[in-house]
Design a protein around this ligand. Structure first.
Ligand code: B12
Length: 221
């Protein structure tokens, strides 16, 4: 079966709520092509499609919820499979900004960074500006990564930049931002005070390498 057909099957399973069948399909793909490829080639495009249909109000809340649950199952398995990788780069402090609970994108970014050898301090959902900056200072992190899915919550990222400025840290710490809203409105990156973004978790290691001024950032991703 070609990958397009597998994606269609996965999407169908998600839409009719067949969680076990969806997981079996993903498990089978991962056993042949590894979890990383399974996330990039299967899960992400299907989540994207679910997101589009949700936005167009073509699917139910239940189907959206099911997509989230399946994605979390997959991420857990991927983390378990990858735990042996030494975390020698970073650290990066990451979290969803205050009032934002869209955790899936952040979790994907965390996994891709960890599998590329970055130490990630994940602060979770609904993180206030001061908490981001406190954690970066306490862990001597040079990068803060903030995820926001909504226009309203993206606006809260301005507080992170202000807090960094207030403490005189903007020269030392870079601010990476990301999430669905930045894909829809790329100009927001600069407006909220971000230093850079990428549209997919797969490119997050390259972004972090660039922001931390590592030589030859392309090879590091
Ligand atoms: C799933 C979902 C939910 C789930 C979240 C489940 C979870 N555990 O994450 C639930 C049901 C909880 C939810 C709730 C809400 N949601 Co919602 N949700 C979505 C949906 C359908 C998909 C988001 C998603 O998970 N995408 C899949 C992931 C993998 O993609 P991603 O998030 O873009 O992340 C990738 C990149 O952006 C990037 N990235 C992400 N973060 C970062 C960070 C950094 C530093 C970097 C470098 C990169 C990066 O890498 C990721 C992986 O490749 C979107 C629609 C859409 N088209 O996006 C709406 C959407 C984001 N939600 C929306 C809304 C309005 C809400 C609610 C207010 C609904 C309500 N009335 O209650 C609440 C608000 C909750 C809150 N306060 O946060 C709106 C936002 C509108 C706007 N533009 O402001 C959207 C766009 C839907 C819509 N069109 O109405 N939601």
């Amino acid at each position: 079966m070609d990958i397009e057909a597998v994606r269609t099957r996965l999407l169908d399973f998600i839409l009719i709520g067949e969680r076990k069948e969806a997981m079996d399909l993903l498990d089978d793909w991962a056993s042949r092509y590894h979890w990383r490829a399974t996330i990039v080639e299967l899960l992400e495009p299907v989540l994207d499609e679910v997101g589009k249909r949700w936005s167009a109000e073509k699917i139910s809340l239940a189907a959206g919820y099911m997509a989230g649950k399946i994605a979390e199952d997959v991420l857990l398995k991927a983390v378990q499979a990858e735990e042996a990788i030494p975390q020698i780069k970073g650290p990066v402090v990451i979290g969803n900004i205050e009032d934002d609970y869209h955790s899936l994108g952040r979790k994907l970014v965390t996994i891709f960074l960890r599998t590329a050898g970055w130490r990630v301090i994940d602060l979770g959902n609904d993180v206030r500006a001061e908490e981001f900056v406190d954690a970066a200072v306490a862990n001597e992190a040079n990068i803060i990564g903030v995820s926001a899915m909504m226009l309203t919550t993206a606006e809260n990222i301005r507080n992170v930049r202000q807090e960094m400025d207030r403490r005189g840290l903007s020269g030392r710490i870079k601010l990476a931002v990301g999430g669905a809203v930045f894909k829809m409105r790329p100009e927001l990156v600069v407006e909220v005070g971000g230093d850079g973004t990428v549209a997919s978790a797969v490119d997050a290691p390259r972004l972090m390498a660039q922001l931390s001024g590592m030589e030859d950032a392309h090879d590091l991703a």
